[in-house]
Design a binder for this molecule. Structure first.
Ligand SMILES: [Zn+2]
Length: 264
């Protein structure tokens, strides 16, 4: 907690930041559904994509509405994807973690990380709904993250560029060899990850993403939640990898450096 603030105020601000994250997450779900389909983000208002009924306010409360409706539309019973509450909750937690981890006065860094989370979670949302991450997210995102990482000295200008280049380049090589298994959207998303986490952090994210993807992919197929032929989007695992490194990066590095040099 932030020692400069009385604990009650700090707790209230934390709740506010968390709810703010939930609301942003809810908007990202709209982005995730409409952006790949070329629809407007504001008009028409939220409606069920199956029966077209306009949603009422109590069906639009992040996480709670999904729980209350037990994941189904009130009129036509069409299932509402589990991705909706997951994306809302994750964005809320990321916003709260950013507030807790960074010093209070450092709001430019908080904004930069907030933008990074939004980019990652928007990519998860579009990838989950349509198996693609559009350029309109990844390219402006990469420019913004490069500027933020350079100007705010998250990596500094030089290491931000090197990180984007190494991670984007590495992913492009994988894209060439993987023959359709890894989309170009994933490659472009790694420009931002490299810029914010550096070359080493970006490559750690990639290793973790592959690990998460393999474990969870096998798990979902064994449970038959996903059929053998059905492709699984890689974007959510990329985001999980990047979030793990952003939050626990130094611990991870210390752990494997310890493995490589046990007597060091
Ligand atoms: Zn419906």
């Amino acid at each position: 907690m932030h020692t400069q603030l009385p604990s009650v105020v700090d707790g209230l601000v934390l709740c506010f930041v968390f709810v703010y994250g939930l609301v942003f997450g809810s908007f990202l779900n709209v982005v995730g559904y409409r952006l790949p389909r070329g629809e407007s983000l504001v008009r028409p208002g939220s409606h069920c994509p199956v029966c077209q009924r306009r949603l009422r306010w109590f069906e639009l409360v992040p996480v709670f509405s999904w729980l209350m409706l037990r994941g189904r539309c009130r009129t036509c019973s069409a299932p509402i994807s589990l991705w909706y509450p997951l994306i809302e909750l994750t964005t809320g937690c990321l916003f709260a973690a950013t507030y807790l981890r960074l010093p209070l006065g450092d709001w430019p860094q908080m904004l930069a990380w907030g933008a990074f989370w939004l980019l990652l979670m928007a990519s998860v949302a579009t990838d989950a709904s349509s198996m693609r991450i559009p350029d309109v997210l990844t390219l402006p995102g990469a420019v913004l993250m490069l500027i933020a990482s350079g100007a705010l000295r998250i990596q500094g200008w030089w290491w931000a560029f090197v990180g984007a280049l190494v991670c984007g380049g590495g992913m492009f090589l994988i894209h060439l060899f993987a023959r359709g298994q890894m989309g170009l959207g994933d490659v472009k998303l790694f420009l931002s990850i490299g810029a914010m986490l550096g070359a080493v952090g970006g490559l750690e994210s990639l290793v973790l993403a592959a690990l998460y993807g393999t474990c969870i992919g096998v798990f979902l197929r064994v449970l038959r939640r996903v059929s053998k032929r059905e492709p699984i989007p890689f974007g959510p695992f990329i985001a999980m990898g990047a979030i793990t490194v952003a939050v626990y990066g130094s611990e991870i590095t210390r752990w494997y450096v310890g493995l490589v040099t046990p007597f060091g």
